[in-house]
Write a protein that binds this ligand. Sequence first.
Ligand code: XMP
Ligand code: MG
Length: 221
Amino acid sequence: RRSRSHQTVSPEAADIARVLFSADDIYRRVCELAREISADLAGKQVVVLGVATGAFVFLADLVRELSLPVQIGIIHAQSYYGSSTESAGRVNVSFDRLKVDISAKHVLLVEDIIDTGRTLQKLLTEMVAASPTLFPKPPASISVCALLDKQARRVKPLPRLIGSGKLYAGYDCEDVFVVGYGLDFDERYRSLPFIGVLKSDVFLHSAEGKQQRRATGEGGG
Ligand code: XMP
Ligand code: MG
């Protein structure tokens, strides 16, 4: 299979110090994940739920490689940041605008990255608690597909997945703040086709970076 070709590269690419995962690497890995997921969930009624905003690029690429009919929805999870690159620990989850009924369905949650694990834990708890108020029945299973897994940063153990649910992780990611392929810094860099680390001066000169250095007393980075 041919890899995706990216004819244009945003000027934002000039702010990247180091590419961790190239567009071709990511595309190959997405195809592998899609094959595995398609085999595991074949014959089942599947709802794919992307977690906004960071998962939107991964979601779009992944679902187009699945050999399964799926329903697709978006859910919103908001971590409250005490500073720009460190979540403060509180997570707000909303199914308000979700139009798909997940009752008795096999749910695949699609996430950009698992960092501390707080978002995932909250998502799974709330999804189970959403029935019978929001959905008549709980899902038959909940699986999670995250492109990146920063295992070193985990403060919450991964929750036990529901039913026959599985965790699919694209790459183990080193403990650095990454952008691109949906991931942002100050809502920028999401459209870069690869994943990389920002140059330190970009971070240092931003208002968020200044805020972080005040909050943590660190030199930034
Ligand atoms: P946890 O697992 O800590 O993850 O609840 C919360 C959210 O934090 C974001 N996150 C990142 N965003 N670059 C980003 O652009 C990163 O390196 C990074 N690490 C964590 C992400 O939205 C995740 O869902
Ligand atoms: Mg996110």
